[in-house]
Ligand binder design. Structure first.
Ligand code: FES
Length: 247
């Protein structure tokens, strides 16, 4: 225990000396800082009379702490209306510029997102009906799918209308499937699993799907086989007598 207490005493003495030295140093530093501050204050004080100042301070000449400084030096020399007018002009201009920027951004975004010209061109297909003789089928491609166009004869129209609609799997009158009785337009996609049926074939004189044996009549209605629905009718119109537009 004795050597340990001696070492402790030596350590305590060293620490005390270090603290004294540090205290002297900090005292010197503090004194130096005080001198610098004092010189700063004295410089400011020498400028308080305004003789050496290079700017017009609003605090100049105020001796009482409860006295409001004079800020009139900063007031606009223009009239109040002129200032308000300038404010309105700036707000209006910035608003107009912001609105124009927002409109341009939204417009660019919509233009980029909309379909391009070649896609729009594919969205509609125009067909010259003069090229399709009576009693013949034509298959065209529209949006990647086959479309059947049949120029029906009088006897085919009569046959389509003679069917008892209630006996059909997907009851639909022929008149509800055509805009003009002589023109039957429908998608050439079997409603079973999507094969392309063969025209002028099957038990009902219409279309036959060889994939699983579905028979469609001359109005494209399912009559026999696994297909659940009639062949689908696309959107189309006749802008002129002999012109058909699909899509
Ligand atoms: S896909 Fe046509 S019958 Fe199955």
């Amino acid at each position: 225990m004795a050597p340990l207490s001696t070492a402790s005493r030596v350590f305590a003495r060293s620490a005390a000396q270090a603290i004294q030295t540090s205290s002297k140093t900090s005292t010197n530093t503090t004194a130096r800082l005080a001198a610098v501050a004092s010189s700063s204050f004295s410089t400011s004080a020498s400028r308080n009379d305004g003789s050496a100042a290079t700017f017009k301070s609003p605090f100049r000449g105020t001796s009482k702490s409860d006295q409001a400084p004079d800020f009139s030096h900063y007031l606009s020399k223009k009239s109040g209306n002129a200032n308000a007018l300038f404010g309105y002009f700036m707000v209006g201009t910035l608003g107009a510029l912001s609105a124009a920027g927002a409109k341009s951004t939204v417009q660019e975004f919509l233009v980029n997102m909309s379909a391009s010209a070649d896609v729009l061109a594919m969205a509609k297909v125009e067909v010259d009906l003069n090229t399709i003789p009576e009693g013949k089928n034509v298959i065209i491609k529209w949006r990647g799918k086959p479309v059947f166009i049949r120029h029906r004869t009088e006897s085919e129209i009569a046959e389509a209308n003679a069917v008892n609609v209630q006996s059909l799997r997907d009851p639909q009158a022929d008149a509800d499937r055509v805009q003009k009785p002589e023109w039957l337009v429908m998608l050439g996609v079997c409603t079973h699993l999507g094969c392309v049926p063969i025209g002028e074939a099957g038990d009902f004189g219409g279309w036959f799907c060889p994939c699983h044996g579905s028979h469609y009549d001359i109005s494209g209605r399912i009559r026999k086989g696994p297909a659940p629905l009639n062949l689908e009718i696309p959107t189309y119109e006749f802008p002129e007598d002999e012109k058909l537009v699909i899509g």
